[in-house]
Design a protein around this ligand. Structure first.
Ligand SMILES: [Fe+2]
Ligand SMILES: [Fe+2]
Length: 291
């Protein structure tokens, strides 16, 4: 089974934004971004990413958050148009939100993310059209647990939280008899590894989350958020859990080629992670190429 993983595509679309929308946190985050970063997250690179993922013919696709910049509905709608070009249907493409997808309190209240991406967020065993966190998707040998760590924070902060209710639900899912014999892949936006994040962008309850994981076990944990290629592991009662972070999928990163747009493909056989392939964007070729 081949599973593609990309992250932090940060789609920008200011259609329909009125000036008052920038009166709150967006004034700080938005202005910084518009001035310095927005042009570096390239729509063209993202189009190439979608083409390349499709050519790789994965069995499932994972997107670990920060789909947007400012949680604007126009951004979500544009991102949805892009994700809809993936060759797999939404039932085989799974998303979690990042801090940029729940940027302000009004964005959280409206929850356009759940509304626009609903088919990508539909858990097995969830009645009707409701979006529930965490959710579980079982696909062959894969049992995928998707966690929402996104919540609004003060300007210049980018923290996330699993929360007690969600943490307990994840523990139950990882031990569920439908899940326990499968390849348990856990996805969240924020890295659980304290050492990787700074105070301003950390997972606030990483200690408790890691403690839960070390009891429950999992076969792979993936995240985004830091726009870096990261490999770590969490020691668990059941063996080591690999923890993998990926670069942004659309960032040109003009100053540092190691952080340029990249995505991963996980080759899984039964309960084994056999191989991680990295594919990176090369501006000269205008294409993603295997590292
Ligand atoms: Fe991001
Ligand atoms: Fe983030």
């Amino acid at each position: 089974m081949r599973i593609a993983h990309f992250s932090d595509i940060h789609v920008l679309d200011l259609t329909g934004v009125r000036p008052w929308a920038f009166a709150n946190k967006r004034a700080v985050g938005g202005l910084n971004l518009l001035l310095s970063r927005a042009r570096e997250y390239s729509q063209q690179v993202l189009a190439r990413l979608v083409d390349d993922v499709n050519q790789q013919r994965p069995d499932h696709i994972l997107v670990s958050g920060d789909i947007s910049n400012l949680s604007l509905r126009a951004e979500f709608v544009r991102a949805r148009e892009i994700l809809d070009r993936l060759s797999l249907p939404p039932s085989e493409v799974t998303l979690v939100p990042g801090n940029h997808d729940c940027y302000t309190r009004s964005a959280k209240r409206r929850d356009d993310f759940s509304d626009v991406f609903a088919p990508y967020l539909r858990g097995d065993f969830v009645a009707g059209d409701r979006v529930e966190w965490p959710f579980l998707r079982i696909r062959g040998d894969l049992a995928l647990v998707a966690i929402n760590t996104a919540h609004p924070s003060l300007p210049l902060l980018a923290v996330g939280t699993v929360g007690e209710r969600q943490r307990q639900a994840v523990a139950r899912l990882l031990a569920d008899e439908r899940v326990a014999d499968r390849f348990r892949l856990v996805m969240l936006h924020h890295p659980p590894h304290v050492a990787n994040a700074h105070w301003h962008n950390r997972l606030t309850d990483s200690d408790k989350f890691v403690e839960m994981l070390s009891e429950a076990g999992a076969e792979l944990l993936i995240h985004g958020h830091l726009h870096r290629t990261l490999r770590h592991q969490i020691e668990s009662r059941h063996g080591q859990i690999p923890v993998v972070g990926v670069n942004s999928g659309s960032w040109l990163s003009p100053k540092d080629a190691t952080r340029r747009a990249r995505y991963n493909i996980y080759q899984i056989e039964g309960r084994q992670l056999v191989r991680i392939e990295q594919r990176s964007y090369h501006p000269d070729a205008d294409a993603f190429i295997a590292d």
